[in-house]
Design a protein around this ligand. Structure first.
Ligand code: ADP
Ligand code: MG
Ligand code: MG
Length: 251
């Protein structure tokens, strides 16, 4: 599904290297988790995959199915099936959630050469998705994220993900700032979207999210590289012992 090879990234306007050779392969239908100390490059990896400006790829490739993501504009990457859920979802005053989602869905269909969805079909589609994620219809009518609680914002990210039906979903610390109940709701949302044709990359600081979203593989990232990969037990090891032992092992 996603194959990242030898990815090297530096800041565009500063001679600072952030990713120093990331290798990562996520199979179809798999869930991979990335953990690691602050500043290790986890968010940078998700930004570079989604095409955020300000970063320069100096070496390496990132292939989603047969498409080289790094050659594409952000909206082309989205049309190719990539979705990034933000750590801090933005509020967009004056833009209704429903209008926002309809524009997103239809521009993606257009980019894929498909017909726009009619208003009626769209309404049916969004109601179905909202219901399956236990999202209140009221939330659809409000401006995007404006006045939403932390948990509602994150659930709205999951709704966007559900509507765009991506192949590869990246969640960057979607659990940060959430209480346990809100975190469970987010995890439920993700689990509801798991399928054979859809893979997830879940970036998290906390093992407890992985109690709810069971990963196939856990990677530890430090100083711009993946230093260790393993099963879910690796997350427990980090929770119990911190990163010091792993970092020493690698050094
Ligand atoms: P993580 O998500 O693992 O905490 P980040 O990817 O946010 O790590 O950051 C990795 C490193 O790159 C940090 O040292 C951070 O300060 C630096 N960095 C990332 N983006 C920028 C930027 N736009 N300007 C300056 N430094 C940056
Ligand atoms: Mg961080
Ligand atoms: Mg981060």
């Amino acid at each position: 599904m996603l194959e990242i090879k030898n990815l090297h990234v530096q800041l565009e306007d500063e001679d600072k290297q952030i990713l120093k050779g990331v290798n990562l392969t996520v199979g179809a239908g798999q869930v991979h988790a990335i953990m690691g100390p602050n500043g290790s490059g986890k968010s940078t990896l998700s930004y570079v995959l989604s095409g955020k400006s300000g970063y320069e790829v100096t070496d390496g490739t990132a292939i989603l199915d047969d498409v080289d993501l790094l050659d594409l504009d952000p909206e082309e990457r989205a049309a190719a099936g990539l979705f990034l859920a933000f750590q801090y979802p933005v509020e967009i005053p004056g833009v209704g959630n429903m209008t926002f989602l309809r524009t997103a869905v239809n521009s993606q269909r257009k980019a894929r050469g498909e017909d726009e969805m009619s208003a009626g079909d769209f309404l049916k589609f969004i109601r179905e998705k909202a219901k399956s994620l236990k999202i209140d219809a009221d939330m659809l009518k409000r401006p995007v994220n404006v006045g939403f609680s932390g948990g509602e914002k994150k659930r709205n990210e999951i709704l966007q993900m559900a509507m765009l039906e991506p192949k590869m979903c990246i969640l960057d610390e979607t659990d940060s700032g959430l209480d346990v109940d809100a975190m469970k709701l987010v995890a439920e949302g993700v689990n509801a979207l798991r399928s054979e044709g859809r893979s997830f990359l879940v970036i998290t600081h906390y093992q407890r999210l992985l109690d709810h979203i069971k990963p196939d593989v856990v990677h530890i990232m430090a100083d711009g590289r993946i230093i260790k990969s393993g099963g879910p037990e690796l997350a427990l090891e980090v929770e119990n012992n911190g990163y010091a032992d792993l970092l020493a092992e690698v050094a």
